[in-house]
Design a binder for this molecule. Structure first.
Ligand code: AMP
Length: 433
């Protein structure tokens, strides 16, 4: 199937071709015709499935067709906002806006992005000049509403992107407030990776006979991703990670930790190991987050250490390796994390470094996936069986019992760089598995 057969206009087909897309992804095949027809859509699609183009392309086409925001002579008139795309995080908002601008580059439509953590005045100025599409995080959008710097009364299309994550982040009240500001007659599109009851209730409250689209089974890990668990002692994870990156010459790797503090600490330690690493999490300023992401994308930063919320929706092309330095508390987050690799048909590898404390978390993830993930002990890093599981407190493995269980062997290996295995030892171990 081609993009032409989906009913997209020549201007959009040009933009799609310029991106190098030749065939629509499954979510695009289903979503584009339904949205062009004006239907509400309820789509179960993870990041990496091409869902952004799945809603952005038909949204742009519908807005361009009903170009209310232009005079007959084609001059831009500053009009009210016609489409609103809500996202859970600033990074995702910025990325979605970038995609909308890319796909809409041959159309006379304007897009503004609105999120917190940055000066509100440039956003006010952009909104005043008149925009057709606003991509926003809920909190900052409501700031604009209260300052009367945005008019949503003429909205035609509403998109909730990554709705499950918006609810996880506590945005339900903000979303309800925003829904109450919109005209009753409009088109609604809801995209969510998972469908917990809260999402079903929300969807039922405002979608009208939606077209249901489910491209990947709920909680099923994206295809094309090789998953492996390396069992390792909690205190040796960092050492093993550095070694994996170096010995296998990983060009670029996204590493997940459970906490912001853990992300900072790990990035610093990796830098001490001579790896160019940066941390990205909610306590960093917007400028620092944008810079870290840009440096990761251009290859200056080799290791990006991220928390779940900060990494949500990051669009990094063809990321070959994702590492779970710590398993997430919520099993669904594992699926989201590994969705950063193997995107849009590329192969990827998801590596989890799992210590004895995380046996329960691993079990929960495997139950969700409905499959067992292969265990592969790396020669020289096999876990010390005398180390006992300790509770994970405040996201921190080992909890109060840190330091407990350090056997003489463990202590020796950790302290001495000579404890590192040789390249051949590692290769042999993988080959045997
Ligand atoms: P998304 O799921 O929207 O975050 O998209 C994931 C990635 O797939 C992005 O890098 C898009 O540029 C890319 N992509 C989207 N649609 C296609 C397509 N039809 N062919 C190839 N790549 C695509």
């Amino acid at each position: 199937m081609s993009f032409q057969s989906l009913g997209l206009s020549a201007d959009l087909l040009r933009a799609v071709a310029a991106q190098g897309y030749s065939t629509p992804t499954p979510v695009q095949r289903e979503a584009i015709p339904a949205i062009l027809e004006g239907r509400d859509v309820l789509a179960g699609a993870q990041t990496g499935t091409g869902k952004t183009a799945g809603f952005a392309l038909p949204l742009l086409q519908r807005l361009a067709a009903g170009c209310r925001a232009h005079d007959d002579d084609g001059r831009k008139r500053s009009g009210p906002v016609r489409a609103l795309i809500l996202t859970p995080t600033r990074e995702l908002a910025a990325q979605v806006a970038e995609s909308v601008r890319t796909y809409g580059k041959y159309l006379p439509l304007k897009c503004a992005v609105v999120y917190g953590g940055v000066n509100i005045n440039p956003q006010i100025a952009a909104l005043r000049r008149g925009v057709d599409i606003v991509v926003a995080t809920p909190g900052r959008l409501l700031d604009h509403v209260s300052q009367r710097t945005v008019d949503l009364s003429q909205l035609d299309i509403l998109v909730l992107d990554e709705a499950d994550r918006m609810l996880d982040m506590g945005f339900i009240h903000d979303i309800r407030k925003i829904l109450a500001l919109l005209p009753r007659r409009r088109q609604n599109l809801l995209f969510s990776a998972t469908f917990p009851d809260e999402i079903k209730t929300l969807a039922g409250s405002f979608l009208v006979s939606p077209q249901l689209i489910q491209v990947a089974r709920q909680s099923c890990a994206a295809e094309g991703i090789a998953q492996v668990v390396h069992p390792v002692d909690r205190e040796r994870k960092r050492e093993l990670l550095s070694w994996l990156i170096g010995s296998q010459n990983w060009r670029q790797v996204l590493v997940f930790t459970r906490t912001k503090h853990g992300a900072n600490r790990l990035a610093k330690q990796l830098q001490q190991d001579g790896l160019n690493a940066a941390a990205i999490h909610g306590n960093k300023s917007q400028g620092a987050r944008t810079r870290a992401l840009a440096e990761f994308k251009d290859g200056t930063v080799r290791v990006l250490v991220a928390t779940d919320i900060a990494a949500r929706g990051l669009d990094i092309d063809q990321l070959p390796h994702v590492v779970n330095f710590e398993l997430p508390h919520v099993a669904e987050d594992y699926v989201h994390r590994i969705g950063r690799t193997g995107r849009a048909g590329n192969e990827g590898e998801a590596v989890s470094l799992v210590c004895v404390d995380e046996a329960g978390l691993l079990h929960g993830i495997e139950r969700l996936l409905g499959q067992r993930i292969a265990r592969l002990a790396i020669s020289g890093y096999e876990p010390d069986p005398s180390i006992k599981a300790a509770p994970i407190l405040n996201g921190r493995s080992g909890g109060k019992l840190r330091g407990h269980g350090g056997s003489p062997r463990h202590a020796r290996n950790y302290a001495s760089p000579r404890g590192r295995p040789s390249r051949s030892g590692h290769g042999g171990s993988r080959a045997r598995a």
